[in-house]
Design a protein around this ligand. Structure first.
Ligand SMILES: [Zn+2]
Length: 155
């Protein structure tokens, strides 16, 4: 636990939907942060207005780690088939770092994963003045394999 308060990065966003999503991710990682085990939380908004949370799970072997976005996607799919509209992830600072929680865009693997399951999802960026971008813009030439007969389509 930190001695000093870590400000909620949601306060920098004016769009209420974005602000709520960032706040959900921030509050999750603030409450569940464990050094070298849980550093990031993600929140996914579905078309029914529900928010699904995920927690980064680190591992001794780096490749075994699970990103917060993957956890949030799984949490969403446990309870709904609704389209997923937006995702926000927040990284909580280590005790040795300045007390600044940061909104972080998804890593490359999560960009692939999210686009496989939510092709129209948008991502909250760490730029409150222009906070949302379609994820497809961050990965314009995603991998398209032959495992599935056709890309997933959502209304
Ligand atoms: Zn990731």
């Amino acid at each position: 636990m930190r001695d000093e308060e870590v400000p909620n990065p949601a306060s920098g966003y004016t769009d209420p939907i974005v602000r709520d999503l960032v706040a959900a991710a921030f509050e999750t990682i603030r409450d569940r942060y464990v050094l070298a085990r849980h550093q990031i939380a993600a929140a996914v908004l579905d078309a029914d207005g529900r928010v699904h949370l995920g927690l980064h799970v680190d591992a001794m072997v780096g490749r075994a780690a699970v990103c917060a976005e993957a956890g949030a996607l799984s949490a969403a799919r446990l309870v709904t088939s609704a389209s997923l509209l937006a995702v926000a992830a927040v990284r909580f600072p280590k005790p040795t770092e300045p007390p600044l929680a940061r909104v972080v865009p998804p890593c490359g693997l999560c960009r692939e994963l999210l686009l496989d399951h939510a092709p129209h999802i948008s991502v909250v960026l760490p730029h409150p003045e222009d906070p949302l971008i379609p994820l497809a813009c961050l990965l314009p030439h995603k991998y398209v394999g032959t495992k599935w007969p056709a890309p997933l389509t959502q209304p």
